[in-house]
Write a protein that binds this ligand. Structure first.
Ligand code: ADP
Ligand code: MG
Length: 540
């Protein structure tokens, strides 16, 4: 439609140009006519001058012939000469030629004057005609313009309508039943447009028709007008064709849009069905999600409060637990002290029952050093029912000894230590304890007390026990263990860990009245473990 409009506009401009050309030609023609009439006027003037000259010549000739002064004036010339000179025949012959010339000239003049008059009238008429034609042209142009404008308006309206319709079709894809209605509306609109077009066409026709009939004075002008009209007709026909084409195009576009809309609508329907099923399946999920989300939101909102509450309760629980532990500790400590008390009592009881000094006997097995044969046999026998009795056959006479306990040759280091173990713990409870071995050289004192590295004796085991007991009580008690070593040899007391072992020491009674003995200046080493003690001994 826009293209057609542009084309029409172009056509219109072309027509206007042509009209302008025509007008120019008309003015040129007018000027031509005017110059011709002016030329004619000039000719007339020249002729008049000639006539005047002729008249003067005639007057001169007359005065020469009859002595009549020449009173020649333009008006009296003809009558005077005719009336006066018509009498004498011989003279008439002489003046016949000038008279005939004058008559001819007069006739010619009058003819020329008539012609001038006629030409003038014609010119005026032509002027009028040109004027009329120009007016007519202006009118026709105006109407053409109007009709073109109307047409453009109509086209604009139609295109707008078409656009609206397309938009409506697009927007109403989801409602197919409405499309048909809109198409119908568009069709009705286009019928209306057609009608308007026809009206404007007929108006054009009407406007163009009278041009040829009314005018038609000059064939050239007429042909020009005809040409112009033919041009107009052609333009009109073209316009009609354009309009037809546009109409067809519009119908085609509408049809296409409709079919496309139908196809799209179908696709949209299918999509819609898919979306609907999706929606149906999604709805429960959405519900669950919403529910979950809400509950989560609630939880999140309540979380700080919950956390605070939990922290408070946890703190309270911890506090309570600590309190419980404290009270339990107190209770345990109380029990422990009571237990300690009880043990002390038990120990005292034991000491009372078993006696402060206990004596054990240990018989070592026969060794290679004892030699072989009947001499290499034990001189002691044991009582199977009483482990506290030892029999000795001496010079055929049996002597029995009663001790606190007797260890046979097969007794292990561990068994021996078990008997003295209680004494070690008594030492931790604050009692003075002394374990010593007494016997003949080679009887097994060193073996019993020290033992071997693979099978340690009482010393090592007592120390192991001592330190493990101390470690177990370290939480509640502080123990300081120190080691010193002395030897009594040939009635002399010697410091085995001292720097000068030869120096003689003294044993003295404690001045606090406790009855304890002590050795002033005795070397002492603080020890933390069995290894420390071994080191001390190694250095010694
Ligand atoms: P003492 O120190 O009394 O002079 P020892 O302890 O040196 O005697 O013992 C002498 C020998 O007898 C050593 O070779 C020792 O290994 C051994 N002996 C001592 N008692 C036992 C025993 N109960 N079992 C095995 N061998 C022993
Ligand atoms: Mg020894």
């Amino acid at each position: 439609v826009m293209a057609s409009m542009a084309h029409l506009q172009e056509e219109k401009l072309q027509l206007q140009d042509e009209l302008l050309g025509l007008q120019e030609k008309l003015t040129a023609r007018e000027n031509d006519e005017l110059s011709r009439s002016l030329q004619l006027q000039g000719q007339v003037e020249t002729l008049k001058m000639k006539i005047l000259e002729q008249a003067q010549e005639i007057g001169r000739l007359r005065s020469e012939l009859w002595g009549v002064p020449n009173t020649a004036g333009r008006g009296s010339l003809g009558t005077e000469g005719t009336l006066t000179w018509s009498a004498g025949a011989p003279r008439v012959l002489q003046v016949a030629a000038p008279l005939m010339l004058q008559a001819w000239l007069q006739e010619r003049l009058s003819q020329l004057q008539r012609e001038v008059e006629e030409t003038r009238a014609k010119l005026a008429e032509l002027d009028l005609e040109v004027q009329q034609k120009t007016n007519r042209l202006a009118e026709v142009e105006l109407r053409l313009k109007d009709s073109l404008a109307e047409r453009a308006e109509e086209e604009e309206r139609l295109s707008r309508r078409l656009r609206d319709s397309q938009e409506t079709i697009a927007s109403l894809k989801a409602q197919p039943q409405h499309i048909k209605y809109i198409i119908k509306t568009v069709e009705v609109e286009s019928a209306k447009a057609k009608q308007a077009l026809c009206e404007s066409q007929s108006r054009n026709q009407y406007l163009q028709e009278p041009g040829g009939h009314q005018l038609g004075v000059t064939p050239w002008l007429l042909s020009q007008i005809m040409m112009y009209e033919a041009e107009l007709e052609r333009a009109h026909g073209q316009m009609l064709e354009e309009m037809q084409a546009m109409e067809e195009e519009k119908n085609h576009a509408i049809e296409e849009a409709f079919s496309r809309a139908q196809v799209e609508m179908k696709a949209v329907h299918e999509n819609l069905a898919g979306v609907r099923t999706n929606l149906l399946t999604l709805q429960p999920a959405l519900r669950t999600l919403t529910h979950d989300y809400n509950s989560l939101k609630r939880q999140v909102r309540d979380f700080p409060l919950l956390l605070q509450e939990t922290l408070r309760s946890a703190r309270a629980e911890i506090g309570q637990a600590i309190e419980e532990v404290h009270s339990t500790n107190r209770e345990l400590l109380r029990k422990y002290r009571r237990e300690l008390q009880l043990r002390k009592k038990c120990h005292n009881e034991l000491v009372r029952l078993k006696g402060n000094i206990r004596v054990f006997g240990r018989v070592r097995p026969i060794t290679k050093e004892d030699g072989e044969g009947p001499e290499a046999a034990n001189a002691v026998t044991f009582d199977a029912d009483d482990d506290a009795v030892l029999h000795l056959l001496h010079k055929g006479k049996q002597v029995s000894f009663e001790l606190d306990k007797v260890f046979p040759p097969q007794a292990s280091q561990k068994e021996v230590f078990q008997e003295v173990q209680a004494l070690v713990t008594s030492c931790i409870d604050g009692y003075n304890v002394c374990i010593f071995a007494y016997g003949q050289t080679g009887a097994g004192k060193t073996y019993t007390m020290e033992g071997t590295a693979a099978n340690p004796g009482i010393n090592q085991r007592a120390l192991q026990l001592l330190f493990s007991e101390v470690r177990a009580k370290a939480a509640d008690w502080d123990y300081a263990i120190s080691v010193s070593a002395v030897e009594i040899y040939n009635e002399a007391l010697r410091d085995l860990l001292g720097k000068e072992p030869q120096e003689k020491l003294e044993i003295k009674l404690c001045p606090d009245g406790s009855g304890q003995l002590y050795v002033p200046g005795l070397t002492e080493f603080r020890v933390q473990s069995v290894e420390d003690i071994n080191k001390v001994w190694g250095d010694g």
